[in-house]
Design a protein around this ligand. Structure first.
Ligand code: NJP
Length: 265
């Protein structure tokens, strides 16, 4: 799909220092968009900034931001608006998971996942919504997960956080429609990124899902293709989403028959 519509648009991406965030940034820059890249690792953001500016002659600003620090979110978004005027697209991508059974998850891990994946995403969204509503224009893309549709053993907390993201995103979409603001959720299965260095310490899950692991470049392509379109949800791989449809219809049967498949972590 042609991406000319992204030329000169201002796109903000959280969690842009690596993984799918960095890949989304590359494709947006290639399409002529101006970028604001956010993450905690400012050194990585500065390297990416240099690379994209040199290759594509677009404006790229970077800000250090821990999205779980809501005071910092407010401060950084004020600076962004002062620097670039308006935000056309926000990609809420920052997130992490720790795969552990519910009884073993520590309070710090629980708060950590919710503060980044849920509160941080909502805080960033609330910073852009008023201006998008005023302009009656904008697109908010929330990176959720297939884990937001089907919870599996060892992902109770992570799944709960992504279920929260999907609930928020679905309500937001209905609130935003009259203001011509598009809202898209992205629900991928496993993607080959650094995510698993934190989520799957022992590498058990990575080993068992290796054969259908998605490439970050592929996920990024789908996300960028959806920008400024009316795409409601992106589900990858598509067959995995069929599972969540069956799950809604026959939950008891699905949990019983799918036990082995769902127990990969
Ligand atoms: O992971 P990774 P992905 N404040 O670890 C940033 C979801 N997802 O690209 O702060 C601000 O390579 C971190 O930057 P830094 C997943 O839940 C993934 O796979 O510098 N930023 C880095 O740029 C997440 O929402 C899979 O450490 C923070 C980025 O987030 C999204 O995809 C499957 C931060 C993470 O890059 C991107 O993850 C799925 C904070 N407090 C959903 N904490 C998968 N990989 O399998 C982290 O269904 N970041």
């Amino acid at each position: 799909m042609g991406r000319e519509r992204l030329k000169d648009k201002n796109i903000v991406i959280t969690g842009a220092s690596g993984g799918i965030g960095a890949e989304i940034a590359k494709l947006c820059a290639e399409s002529g968009a101006n970028l604001v890249l956010l993450a905690r690792s400012i050194d990585k953001l500065e390297l990416l900034q240099k690379d994209l500016q040199q290759k594509y002659q677009v404006n790229v600003s970077v800000f250090q931001l821990d999205v779980s620090n809501t005071d910092q979110v407010q401060e950084v978004f004020k600076q962004i608006f002062a620097a670039i005027g308006q935000i056309d697209i926000l990609v809420n991508n920052a997130g992490f998971g720790v795969f552990r059974e519910a009884h073993a998850a520590t309070i710090d891990e629980i708060k950590g996942m919710f503060n980044v994946n849920v509160v941080g995403l909502m805080a960033c969204t609330s910073m852009v919504l008023p201006k998008m509503r005023e302009r009656r224009f904008g697109h908010i893309i929330n990176i959720a997960s297939q884990a937001g549709k089907i919870a599996t053993p060892k992902s109770s907390v992570y799944s709960a956080s992504k279920h929260a993201v999907l609930g928020y995103t679905n309500a937001l979409r209905m609130e935003a429609v009259d203001y011509h603001i598009q809202v898209t959720s992205v629900n991928p299965g496993p993607i080959a990124t650094n995510f698993f260095n934190i989520a799957d310490e022992k590498g058990t899950y990575v080993k068992s899902v290796q054969k259908f692991m998605l490439k970050p470049e592929y996920v990024a392509e789908k996300v960028v293709d959806s920008m400024l379109t009316k795409t409601r949800e992106i589900n990858l791989p598509r067959w995995m989403n069929m599972g969540s449809v069956v799950y809604v219809l026959f939950p008891r049967l699905f949990e019983r028959i799918g036990k082995r498949v769902l127990n990969k972590k």
